[in-house]
Design a protein around this ligand. Structure first.
Ligand SMILES: NC(=O)c1ccc[n+]([C@@H]2O[C@H](COP(=O)([O-])OP(=O)(O)OC[C@H]3O[C@@H](n4cnc5c(N)ncnc54)[C@H](O)[C@@H]3O)[C@@H](O)[C@H]2O)c1
Ligand SMILES: O=P(O)(O)OC[C@H](O)CO
Length: 313
C-alpha cells in the first residue's frame, strides 16, 4: 500500500497460494491485515516468477523465515533489483542481521533495510509515518526512500544499515521487558527508566558491532523503541504483559499467536552481547526469563539491585 501510494507499480507476493487467490478476489488481506482495501492496481500472486522485473523487492516475513524465503529467489530477480530487508530480528542460529542474510543469498544485488516506528494497521490507513531506509551506499537508500515516500509516508535515508537493523531488532526485546513492567504494575516511572537504559544498552552493542551511536537516537532506534515499548498495540509489549500475567512462553510463541520478534531475538542478542563483551542487563534478563533460567520476579529483583554506576559510562 505504501509503495502503491507513492506511485509504484506493485506486486504483492505470498507463499500461500490460497491466500493469494482470496486476496486477489476480495481485495483484502483478511489473514494478516484485515480492513484496508487492496487497490485493483496491486497484483496479488504466489508465483515468484512475477517478481522478475521488479526494481525494488521488500522482504516482509518473520525474521527467522527470511533465509528460507530467499532460497531460490535469486534466479527469479533482476540483478538490478534492490532487495530491502524489512523484518526486525536477528537470526537465532547464526546471529546474522537481515541484511547479512540477504547478502549471503544474493551477493550480486544491492541491499537495503527498512526500519523505524510504524504499525502496519496505521500505515495502511494512510496515517502519517516516518521511517529509516538504510543501505551501505547512501544513493541506494535514497533511491528506495524515494520509491516509498508519499504525503503520508516519509522515508529518511541512512548509510548505517547495521545501526538501523540493530535498532529495529533490539527494541523488540526491550519492549518485552516494558510489557513485563506494565503487567507487573511496576509503574510508569519504572517503564521510562527501563526504556532509557534499554536504549543505552542497544547503543553500546551497536557501537561495538560497527553502527554509529547517533543512529540509535533516530527513527530506527529511539523512535521505534518509544513506539513499541510504550503502547499495548505492540505485539512485543503485549507479549511481555501476557508473560507477567502468568502465560507461558510456549503458549505465547505458538504459530497461531501474534508474532513477537523479541521472543526470538532475545537469546541471540544476549549471546552477541557476551561475545562482544558488552553489558546488556535488560536484554540478558529477558533472555534468561524466556529460556526458563530465571523466574520473572528474580529477574526484576536482579535488575533493580544492580551495582550503582555512572549514568553515562
Ligand atoms: N506489523 C507491523 O506493524 C510491522 C511493522 C514494522 C515491521 N514489522 C516487521 O515485519 C516482519 C513481519 O511482520 P508482520 O507483522 O508482517 O508478520 P505477520 O505475522 O503479520 O505476517 C507474516 C507474513 O509472512 C508470511 N510468512 C510467514 N512465514 C513465512 C515463510 N516461511 N516464508 C514465506 N512467507 C512467510 C506470512 O504468510 C505472512 O504473510 C517482522 O519482522 C516485524 O517485526 C511489522
Ligand atoms: O507490534 P510489534 O511489537 O511487532 O511492533 C511493530 C513495529 O515494529 C513497530 O514499529
Amino acid at each position: 500500500l505504501v509503495a502503491e501510494r507513492a506511485g509504484a507499480s506493485v506486486t504483492l507476493w505470498t507463499i500461500d497460494a490460497a491466500a493469494a487467490e482470496r486476496m486477489a478476489e476480495s481485495r483484502e488481506n483478511s489473514d494478516f491485515l484485515p480492513g484496508p482495501r487492496l487497490p485493483e492496481t496491486i497484483a496479488v500472486t504466489s508465483d515468484m516468477a512475477r517478481l522478475g522485473d521488479a526494481d525494488c523487492v521488500l522482504l516482509v516475513v518473520p525474521s527467522q523465515a527470511t533465509r528460507s524465503l530467499l532460497t531460490g529467489i535469486g534466479a527469479t530477480l533482476s540483478e538490478d533489483a534492490v532487495v530491502v530487508a524489512c523484518a526486525k530480528g536477528i537470526e537465532q542460529e547464526t546471529g546474522a542481521l537481515q541484511g547479512e542474510i540477504v547478502r549471503a543469498a544474493l551477493p550480486e544485488h544491492q541491499i537495503g533495510a527498512l526500519s523505524g516506528p510504524g504499525y502496519a494497521a496505521e500505515i495502511a490507513r494512510g496515517l502519517p509515518t516516518a521511517v529509516t531506509v538504510a543501505a551501505s551506499e547512501i544513493a541506494v537508500a535514497e533511491r528506495v526512500a524515494a520509491t516509498l515516500s508519499s504525503d503520508s509516508f516519509r522515508a529518511y535515508a541512512s548509510d548505517d544499515i547495521i545501526g538501523a537493523e540493530l535498532g529495529g531488532s533490539l527494541k523488540n526485546v526491550i519492549a518485552i521487558a516494558a510489557g513485563i513492567v506494565e503487567g507487573r504494575r511496576l509503574g510508569e516511572s519504572a517503564r521510562a527508566a527501563l526504556v532509557t537504559r534499554g536504549l543505552a544498552e542497544m547503543s553500546r552493542l551497536g557501537a561495538r558491532m560497527g553502527a554509529r551511536p547517533e543512529t540509535f537516537m533516530g527513527l530506527s532506534g529511539l523512535g521505534d523503541l518509544m513506539l513499541t515499548a510504550m503502547s499495548r498495540q505492540s505485539r512485543n509489549t503485549s507479549f511481555g504483559i501476557a508473560l507477567a500475567e502468568g502465560r507461558s512462553v510456549a503458549e505465547l510463541t505458538a504459530p497461531d499467536k501474534p508474532l513477537a520478534e523479541g521472543a526470538f531475538t532475545a537469546a541471540i542478542a544476549a549471546r552477541l552481547a557476551r561475545e562482544h563483551g558488552i553489558d546488556m542487563p535488560i536484554t540478558s534478563a529477558v533472555a534468561a526469563v524466556l529460556s526458563g533460567r530465571l523466574a520473572l520476579d528474580e529477574a526484576i529483583a536482579a535488575l533493580v539491585s544492580r551495582p550503582l554506576k555512572q549514568e553515562i559510562a
